[in-house]
Design a protein around this ligand. Structure first.
Ligand SMILES: [Fe+2]
Length: 343
């Protein structure tokens, strides 16, 4: 722990619960409504949502996104049950882990040494199973971090009500203390209504926007973009607008599908999820499918692209089928470190 962090941790006023009305969280909550911050991209996204995810009366969170996918999942579920693997997969999916990772950067400014970032992705909160949120809360209870970030997919499925999401997220974060609170981005399961619902309940999103967090004389810039996988109303340049010249930049994106563009814009760290690490992995072969246009090396865990490092979370929840194999659900706690000079 650095001297500055040791001092901050001993100061009870420096950290508050994630959703507390700290000055910084209050400033985020006082921004104009989500629909007004990028009106053109908002209109485009809502059109795309109508085309891909039109909400029909009576749909529920367990309805498949397409008939074909529904049939595929039914066959897979039957196969796993016949092989007596289904229950094991369900248990695996609830074996939540907290992974702690130190990330080393040559360009890390002194003020950011030791900064702790809690990353949650793909919570896929099931409305019908609120005990999942309580289990996640127990995993995270007592953590003290500088920032909590969430990289999308807050709902279990693709349809149905979303009003349970803020309450369950509040439960999950109830025991986490964070200097700068929590901020999230949209995933490919998240309709615009999800974003509005979260923000209404005090959980701010970055929709092609960024924010500056001071750490002494240095600045951590946190940019966040729309889901790059399905909705693709992304504007990376807008997510850097207003960044101080010397800020060290972190990008939040749902999937690892904007890596090249992010590196070109000077981001040093890219946090994402979406792939679930495959969710079902086989020995030697790895993920059976990962549903993203990216390098296979970028579908799970740490990776590097030129001057930028990234981490693709396995996610904490599951979707389509509530099972996991060789791919434990994770929350990730990063500590930023200055890399030693190359000799
Ligand atoms: Fe997901």
């Amino acid at each position: 722990m650095t001297k500055s962090n040791a001092k901050a941790l001993s100061d009870p006023t420096a950290y508050a619960y994630c959703l507390a009305p700290t000055p910084w969280m209050t400033a985020l909550r006082q921004r104009p409504p989500l629909t007004e911050r990028h009106p053109e991209l908002t209109a485009k996204r809502i059109q795309i949502e109508k085309r891909f995810r039109s909400l029909l009366p009576g749909q529920s969170e367990t309805d498949p996104v397409t008939l074909g996918r529904g049939i595929l999942m039914a066959v897979l579920r039957l196969g796993l049950k016949l092989l007596r693997l289904y229950e094991k997969g369900r248990k695996n999916a609830l074996d939540l882990r907290l992974n702690e990772e130190e990330l080393f950067f040559q360009n890390l400014p002194p003020g950011l040494e030791g900064v702790r970032i809690l990353h949650l992705s793909d919570l896929h909160l099931p409305r019908r199973f609120p005990a999942f949120a309580e289990k996640a809360a127990a995993l995270l209870d007592g953590l003290t971090v500088d920032l909590c970030v969430m990289t999308g997919d807050y709902r279990w499925g693709y349809f149905g009500p979303v009003d349970h999401a803020p309450e369950q997220i509040s439960t999950i974060l109830s025991g986490v203390r964070s200097r700068y609170g929590v901020v999230g981005v949209f995933g490919n399961h998240d309709s615009f209504i999800m974003g509005e619902t979260l923000e209404k309940e005090g959980i701010p999103l970055l929709f092609n926007e960024g924010i500056a967090l001071p750490f002494g004389a240095d600045t951590l810039w946190v940019g966040g973009i729309d889901d790059p996988h399905i909705f693709r109303c992304t504007d990376l340049k807008a997510a850097t607008a207003g960044a101080p010249e010397n800020a060290w930049k972190l990008l939040l994106a749902h999937s690892p599908e904007k890596v090249r563009e992010a590196e070109a814009l000077g981001f040093s760290l890219y946090l994402c999820g979406h792939t679930h690490g495959g969710q079902i992995r086989l020995p030697v072969i790895g993920a059976l499918s990962y549903n993203a246009s990216c390098r296979r090396s970028q579908i799970l865990g740490w990776w590097q692209y030129k001057n930028m490092q990234g981490y693709t979370s396995a996610g904490l929840g599951t979707t389509d089928l509530p099972v996991r194999y060789l791919c434990p659900p994770e929350a990730t706690l990063f500590t930023l470190r200055k890399a030693p000079k190359l000799s």
